[in-house]
Design a protein around this ligand. Sequence first.
Ligand SMILES: [Zn+2]
Length: 260
Amino acid sequence: MIEMFRNWLDRRAVARSDITPEEWRAAFAALPLLDGLDDDEQRRLRELVILFQHRKAFEGAHGMAVTREMALIIALQACLPVLELGLEAYDGWSAVIVYPSGFETHQVYVDEFGVEHIEQRDLDGEAWERGPVLLAWDEAVSAGERDGINLVIHEFAHKLDMQNGDANGFPPLHPDMDPKTWTDILSKGYDDFARRCDAGEDTGIDCYAAESPAEFFAVMSEVFFERPDLLVRHYPAVYAQLRRYYRQDPLARWQFDRPG
Ligand SMILES: [Zn+2]
């Protein structure tokens, strides 16, 4: 009954959306990342975006006013990873906080001697467990360029990862996926990638992925959606696992809309 009611509310929200065709066109045109989605995928992505905007509050920080256009650019990128997973994958938190550009965060931690430290970090984005996603607008707006770097997908991949606790590179898998296979393949990929980064090798993939298994999952998700060719070239087994997890095949889209 609750499910039916929610479906009815969702259908009503989609039907009542005031996003104009021009606004949709401009936002899609600004995000080459979405090229290659077929008509049905585009329609379902638009519906997800409307519901995402319904369920999440966009808040500006440091004097930023989040416009409709900005919210659309962010929501389209945030919803692409859950196109086949459903918006429920983002349940349990409610806000996207948008900064004009990079911001500082202060994290308090206690060291082995019981002394409290405040660590200051400069960030373009952050995802809090059961809390908001923080994004720097100047990075979010240029993220959809299909260069393999996407701040929005990165932070939302952390959100997917956090559905079952700490971000650790192990999101809740589908029943038809084997957790051991996932762990083996991603761990092997992570170790190999860390070794190549240590050796100074340029794979075209951001070495930030070597920071931790959580960052490996988030960065490989960026590459999966934007430069699937790179991921397939270096880590075909990781690509195959992400394809099964996201239930999408961006490589097919990428080849599809490649000229010639
Ligand atoms: Zn990260």
